[in-house]
Ligand binder design. Structure first.
Ligand code: ATP
Length: 369
């Protein structure tokens, strides 16, 4: 499933040069974005970057100040929320507290004037879908947080919208339940064949669930890509720093030929990379490398192209992996991580030991923006 790579794939949701201003504040700035049918799409960004505003414009709660939003080729301008084939899932506290689970799910269907036997059938389907058949007669306060979340979900898909919008859907859940529910949401999306657009500030959540992620900053989209691309091939310092942990070295490109370059990062640190792309000699760039691409050892590795000496600043054993902070002699602190799967002995390194960090010339990316 990768319609974004198919030049013939039909766009489903299109934001075309959309701007939204509140007074003289620009919340969304000339933003263009295409989402495909059945895609699980995430809008990821820090608080205030405009992601909710984007979602609310798609739902019809706000109209763009400029630009257009199309759904399946149709311009949505002027179409009220209830006539759009789009539904918004609100957090579980938006459930009606005095109504049973089944009545909560049936509410929108009744409002639409659906016939009673059809409502009963649909509610039954929805209860089965979210595995709450035996809780039909309970009220929200008699459910756990996760169960309430599933009722909210069942209610929002009962009307069979084509697009489901989810604004921080799992914000109220604790970490473990959040993770479980992320997988449930993915399964449900597959089962229903809907297009999901989720807003989140939690990068792990976006990475876990989404087919593609749009990373937003100050009302603009910085990059749209699959989770793997966002992590492995960030297009800018902002994206590299926003998603996952990263080590950044600012420096000047010393020489380069066909993607290979040396970067002079100052203080005697020279980084040799094969991933300089077309960065020009003399250009100021950032070299970004993920912690798991960095090896830590007590002796200088004989064959390493890049090896820098420092001191163990701290070591954290996290079960699945160990995280090292190594303070280089120039004061720069590097984060490195190693999976523990293959480890059979105690770590020979300890705090304040001299240590070497090393990495391969193909291990990082060079960012010009
Ligand atoms: P959060 O995660 O905190 O909800 P967000 O990225 O979803 O953040 P938005 O809710 O889209 O951000 O808001 C973007 C900016 O627009 C914010 O600075 C917000 O204060 C402003 N804003 C949103 N709605 C309005 C409004 N109705 N009137 C004035 N300013 C608004």
């Amino acid at each position: 499933f990768a319609p974004w790579n198919d030049p013939n794939a039909k766009p489903y949701i299109q934001f075309e040069n959309v701007t939204k201003r509140f007074g003289d504040f620009t919340a969304v700035n000339n933003l263009s974005l295409t989402i495909f049918e059945r895609e699980f799409f995430a809008l990821l960004g820090a608080s205030g970057c405009g992601k909710s505003t984007l979602l609310r414009m798609l739902a019809g709660f706000e109209e763009p100040t400029a630009g257009r939003i199309l759904l399946d080729g149709q311009d949505l301008r002027g179409i009220p929320p209830y006539r759009r084939p789009v539904n918004m899932m609100f957090q579980s506290y938006a459930l009606f507290p005095h109504m049973t689970v089944e009545n909560n799910i049936a509410f929108g269907l009744k409002q639409d004037g659906m016939a009673r036997p059809d409502i009963e059938r649909r509610v039954g389907e929805m209860l089965k879908l979210v595995k709450l058949e035996q809780f039909a007669k309970r009220k929200p306060h008699q459910l756990s947080g996760g169960q309430r979340q599933r009722v909210a979900l069942a209610r929002s898909v009962a009307k069979r919208p084509k697009v489901l919008l989810l604004d921080e859907p799992l914000g109220a859940l604790d970490k473990k339940l959040r993770e479980e529910t992320q997988f449930e949401l993915m399964d449900l999306q597959q089962e229903l064949g809907l297009t999901f657009v989720v807003v989140t500030h939690d990068q792990e959540e976006a990475m876990t669930m989404a087919d593609r992620i749009a990373i937003m900053d100050k009302g603009e989209v910085m990059q749209v890509a699959t989770p793997a691309e966002v992590y492995e091939a960030p297009g800018s310092r902002f994206v590299a720093g926003f998603v996952g942990n990263v080590n950044m070295f600012e420096g000047k490109v010393a020489r380069g030929a066909a993607g290979a370059a040396s970067i002079d990062a100052g203080n005697g640190i020279t980084i040799r990379t094969e991933n300089a792309g077309d960065a020009a000699a003399g250009a100021t760039v950032a070299f970004a490398i993920r912690p798991e691409k960095i090896k830590v050892s007590s002796k200088k590795p004989a064959d390493a192209v890049n090896a820098i000496e420092g001191e163990v600043y701290d070591i954290a054993y996290l079960g699945d992996m160990t995280v090292y902070h190594i303070k280089l002699d120039d004061g720069h602190v590097v984060r490195a991580s190693a999976m523990n799967a293959a480890r059979v002995t105690e770590d020979p390194l300890t705090w304040n030991d001299r240590a070497w960090v090393s990495f391969r010339p193909d291990a990082g990316v060079v960012l010009t923006r």
